[in-house]
Unconditional design. Structure first.
Length: 242
């Protein structure tokens, strides 16, 4: 015979313990650091390759353009100079992080500064294309003289620069760096401009379409301006994969 009601505590369900959020293990942190260091090394090698190619490209394009009185080649050389400035900026940003002297706050400040500068360079390229293309359309520029070296140069750039730019963009997205993404877009645009110059010269020679080259260049402007404005505003598409 029971003499009394059971104690209340005997029938209550024990409270479920809230699991404590685990901090990343030392191994996980080491792996993340090693992975980022490897990405930085890859970004550095791509920057050096871009710098080397762009120096040769700028000197050759300006030289061939002056020799043949080619507006397209001279313009391509001018864009290569801007591409060189963009790559130097990206390389400086990579070198600062590779040195290991940046804390998180300093890295964020550096990313904002270099991202704005890279965005401004993209808008500068877009503005230059608009000025050059419209002036050539209104002036109905005469076709340039023959330049075999110039044709070989723009053909090689049209093939190499987009591939190099896409490789740089993959690394930029993995690192989450708007600065490196803007530089990658500039590299890709350099290849497109080379393709536009090559197509324009070929279409003019084959069909007399003197306006093909400037029109192809104008088609690049919306992309350059969009990416440039996002760089100035500090929009990061690297995080969402856009």
């Amino acid at each position: 015979m029971r003499t009394g009601a059971p104690a209340l505590g005997a029938w209550t369900r024990p409270a479920t313990a809230v699991p404590e959020r685990r901090k990343p293990s030392t191994l996980a942190r080491m792996l993340a650091t090693t992975g980022r260091r490897a990405l930085l090394e890859r970004a550095w090698m791509l920057a050096i390759a871009t710098l080397t190619w762009t120096v040769v490209e700028a000197i050759a394009a300006l030289g061939f353009g002056a020799e043949a009185h080619s507006t397209a080649l001279l313009g391509f050389g001018a864009d290569s100079v801007i591409e060189l400035a963009s790559t130097v900026l990206a390389a400086w940003r990579i070198a600062r992080e590779r040195s290991g002297t940046l804390d998180a706050a300093a890295a964020e400040r550096l990313e904002r500064r270099t991202g704005r500068a890279a965005g401004a360079l993209l808008i500068l390229v877009g503005g230059w294309i608009v000025w050059d293309a419209t002036s050539r359309l209104f002036a109905r520029s005469a076709p340039p003289g023959e330049s075999i070296g110039g044709l070989v140069l723009v053909a090689a750039s049209a093939l190499a620069m987009p591939l190099l730019g896409r490789a740089k963009r993959r690394v930029a997205d993995a690192l989450g760096s708007p600065t490196l993404r803007a530089d990658a877009i500039e590299t890709i645009a350099c290849g497109w401009l080379a393709a536009a110059a090559l197509a324009g010269l070929a279409l003019h020679a084959a069909l007399g379409w003197w306006w093909a080259d400037p029109v192809a260049g104008l088609a690049l402007v919306p992309l350059l301006v969009r990416e440039g404005l996002e760089g100035l505003r500090g929009v990061d598409h690297c995080a969402d994969g856009h």
